[in-house]
Design a protein around this ligand. Structure first.
Ligand code: GYE
Length: 328
């Protein structure tokens, strides 16, 4: 019995020493594992349909590198089914945050419920969704498309002052997508009850240059008196302008051209007088996305909606020739 006492004391001292060491290391030692963890973000991009989209992908990838975020990038090639697959793979991989640029508004309930069950927050970027339970996503970062449609109409009202009749053709974006829906309704809301403005034809060009050209060719064959082309994005506008020129008409003169995005190609045509108005929609959302994703990864709340600052470029500006390079 007596011989065991020193051994017990020694063991006790050892345990005390270890406990002390543990607390010392905790205070001054390396950061806790949770703080050192590099956030992993799974980004489901919807496709590569336009220069805007390509610029958006490039910007998100660069912003992730700047922010020290590990990015898993999946491009769905314009198919919602592929976005479902990407999200499910992010869940299997146990990413910290899912960033989703949804191609259309409907159909996300099931897959977002799966993300919720896995405890992974979802950040919407670029486009919005229509969903019964809005708590299935944490927030949205992207443009105010309704305002873009309104800005397009405000330009037209100014440009058309003194015109007795304004026949408009509209080439719209992907059916069921937020920008296509809201750019159409914002435009109509602002033109309002003024009967001079008549939208004589509206067709979807799926945000693709090739379909912009094809649609415009058909429109020119079918209608004689077109005063305005309102096109939902620059890619389709560039295609439509090709068709207008092939028909022997002068874009910007014979037909007023209003477009949305602000790609370099469209700004160049504004400078040449072939486009009359470019409503800016910036794809440079990467830094904003990374900032919000990092906050979500830390378990913080984020604003429900974040819009970037945007402007309108038009022939009414004094300094059109001095618009700096756009970067997309
Ligand atoms: O205007 C278009 C792209 O969702 C805002 O999608 C985006 C739109 C953009 O293809 O060029």
């Amino acid at each position: 019995m007596k011989k065991r006492l020193p051994a017990l004391l020694l063991a006790l001292a050892l345990v005390l020493g270890l406990v002390l060491l543990f607390f010392l290391l905790r205070r001054e030692g390396p950061a806790p594992v949770a703080d050192r963890h590099v956030p992993i973000v799974g980004f489901s991009q919807l496709g590569s349909e336009s220069g805007w989209r390509v610029g958006n992908s490039r910007d998100v990838i660069a912003a992730a590198q700047r922010a020290g975020v590990e990015l898993i990038y999946e491009n769905a090639g314009q198919k919602q089914e592929n976005q479902f697959n990407a999200i499910r793979s992010f869940i299997a991989y146990q990413v910290d945050v899912i960033a989703l640029a949804p191609i259309v508004e409907e159909g996300w309930d099931n897959v977002l419920r799966e993300a919720r069950e896995a405890g992974i927050p979802v950040l919407l970027s670029d486009r919005y969704i229509n969903i019964g339970d809005e708590s299935l996503f944490a927030g949205y970062v992207g443009s105010d498309f309704l305002e873009e449609g309104k800005a397009a109409a405000r330009f037209l009202m100014r440009k058309a002052a003194g015109m007795a009749r304004v026949n408009i053709v509209e080439i719209a974006g992907t059916e069921g997508s937020t920008p296509a829906k809201q750019r159409a309704s914002g435009f109509r809301d602002t033109l309002g009850a003024d009967e001079r403005f008549r939208i004589i034809h509206s067709v979807s060009g799926d945000f693709l240059r090739s379909k912009g050209k094809e649609n415009m060719r058909n429109i020119l064959a079918r209608f004689d008196e077109i005063d305005v082309l309102y096109s939902h994005n620059d890619a389709m506008t560039l295609g439509a302008i090709e068709a207008i020129e092939e028909a022997g008409l002068s874009p910007g003169q014979d037909i007023i051209i209003i477009t949305i995005d602000g790609e370099q190609g469209a700004i160049d045509l504004l400078k040449q007088g072939k486009i009359n108005c470019v409503v800016e929609c910036t794809p440079l959302l990467g830094d904003l996305i990374m900032d919000l994703a990092q906050r979500l990864a830390r378990g913080e709340d984020i604003p429900r909606v974040s819009h970037p600052k945007e402007r309108v470029f038009s022939e009414f500006d004094e300094d059109v020739q001095r618009i700096p390079p756009r970067g997309y």
